[in-house]
Design a binder for this molecule. Structure first.
Ligand code: ARG
Length: 457
């Protein structure tokens, strides 16, 4: 039996039913659908639209359905169009005529708007926890590596020395912003659309504020047409998730490079690596590659929904049913990626010596050598030219600036004295950078204290 069979004289074509149905995927939010219905009938009874006996029998029926779906005792019936029709049909089947009162003062349009919002809100809370775990893991790595020196890169060319803590700190900032973005979205979306009806509210004296309270919303939505057609919060969520995946993907790209045979800055743990079916020596960074690869799926969901929404007139149209599958997929994908990525970096081994040696042999202290001249009164542009010549000389001799004899320095500029070596020592180069946000130990310790507070609150 269809919810809407009354005005039809023919059965729905089977292909039409299949094409139109959403039960195969909207069953994912059966819990939210049932909780929404429980709040709805609780409000209807408070308003005298249902009796308390009717309310109690409907709620008991709904709770039984929820328990049976969860235990597997109740299977989804493909003959039903969507989760809303399914739950209502089972309810009527189980409790009889009183079940037919559930949908009083409600449309599937405001019902689905509610369910998707409740689902997304729950998932945002899950994502928040996963991002917290990731931030905590990054924090622990930072705390242990405040003086682990490594080259900082621009153009993937060695630029200036930094520390592992500083490099990871950059990602701490990114993931912290990702977490904030989701919090902002949660706050903005936290208004209850139930009671908007099909599009124009209802004639029943619903207490929408009460329903909103029951479902932990900050209040009811203000415009019934907007309530049933707004999917902005999904677009915002997908956008925030796309940005988060972009951050994960960049981090993965770096880890893949660092884990390569040429770099060997890190070793991904065996438990997070995979082998080759033909080459026995291989240990591949598949998890990092998959996270990088799955970024495309999440971007795809965002682009897909933006495109779906762009030409839809007010208010509800069936196009909007397309908001679900890709959003579910994107959320599940990001949750999986966050959990795996966190596990991967928590177990990853850092080869501190290799990183430090790499920082030493790429002229990453050339800027500091120029700064030495500036501190002795040489204008920066001249200093830049002088150090450029010295670098060229070192390349010819195949040595580092630290190994170049003082006579060679002096030949190019008489300003150099023995203390040049101390000035360009890697530790000096990093530790003297103590302005806000720089990698020096004192600056980093201040930042870490801020992060610690953040994680404890
Ligand atoms: N399955 C539908 C969806 O996801 C539920 C709303 C149906 N509303 C309607 N007027 N056909 O959008």
């Amino acid at each position: 039996m269809k919810l809407w069979g009354g005005r039809f004289t023919k059965e729905t074509n089977q292909l039409v039913h299949n094409f139109n149905a959403s039960l195969s995927f909207d069953q994912k939010f059966y819990k939210q659908d049932i909780n929404g219905s429980i709040a709805h009938v609780t409000m209807l009874a408070k308003q005298g639209i249902l009796t308390t006996e009717e309310r109690d029998s409907i709620i008991a029926g709904l709770k039984g359905i929820e328990a049976d779906i969860t235990s597997g005792a109740l299977e989804f019936d493909e003959a039903q169009e969507d989760i809303h029709s399914f739950v209502e049909a089972v309810l009527i089947d189980r409790i009889g005529t009183v079940g037919k009162k559930l949908h009083t003062g409600r449309s599937r349009n405001d019902q689905v708007a509610l369910d998707m919002r409740l689902y997304t809100r729950d998932e945002i809370d899950e994502l928040d926890k996963l991002l917290y775990d990731l931030l905590k893991t990054i924090y622990n790595i930072m705390e242990a590596n405040l003086t682990t020196y490594m080259p900082g890169f621009t153009h993937l060319q060695k630029a200036q020395p930094v520390t592992l803590a500083h490099h990871f700190g950059a990602y701490f900032e990114m993931f912290l912003r990702d977490r904030d973005r989701l919090k902002d979205i949660r706050k903005r979306m936290n208004y209850c659309p139930l009671g908007a009806g099909a599009l124009a509210g209802t004639t029943y004296p619903l207490d929408r504020t009460y329903t909103a309270q029951l479902l932990s919303f900050d209040g009811p939505t203000r415009n019934s047409m907007d309530s049933v057609s707004d999917r902005d919060y999904l677009l915002e969520t997908l956008s925030a998730l796309s940005i988060c995946m972009m951050h994960l993907s960049r981090f993965c790209e770096e880890i893949i490079i660092w884990n390569s045979n040429e770099y060997r800055f890190v070793d991904i743990d065996d438990s997070y690596s995979t082998g080759s079916s033909i080459m026995p020596q291989k240990k591949n960074p598949d998890i990092a590659e998959l996270v990088r690869g799955k970024t495309g799926r999440v971007y795809g969901a965002l682009t897909s929904l933006l495109t779906t929404m762009k030409g839809i007139p007010l208010a509800y149209n069936k196009d909007m049913q397309e908001d679900k599958e890709m959003t579910f997929d994107a959320i599940d994908t990001v949750k999986g990626c966050l959990a795996l990525f966190t596990g991967m970096i928590a177990t990853m081994k850092f080869n501190n010596d290799v990183m430090e040696a790499s920082a030493k042999n790429g002229f990453t202290n050339a800027t500091d050598a120029a700064d030495y001249l500036v501190n002795h009164g040489v204008p920066f542009r001249d200093a830049h030219g002088i150090i450029g010549q010295l670098v060229l000389l070192c390349i010819e001799k195949d040595i580092s600036l630290d190994e170049l004899p003082l006579e060679d320095y002096k030949k190019i500029s008489p300003v150099f004295e023995e203390d040049i070596y101390e000035a360009i020592r890697m530790q000096t180069c990093v530790e003297r950078r103590n302005t806000i946000g720089a990698p020096g130990l004192a600056a980093m310790q201040e930042v870490l204290a801020v992060y610690k507070d953040y994680l404890n609150n």
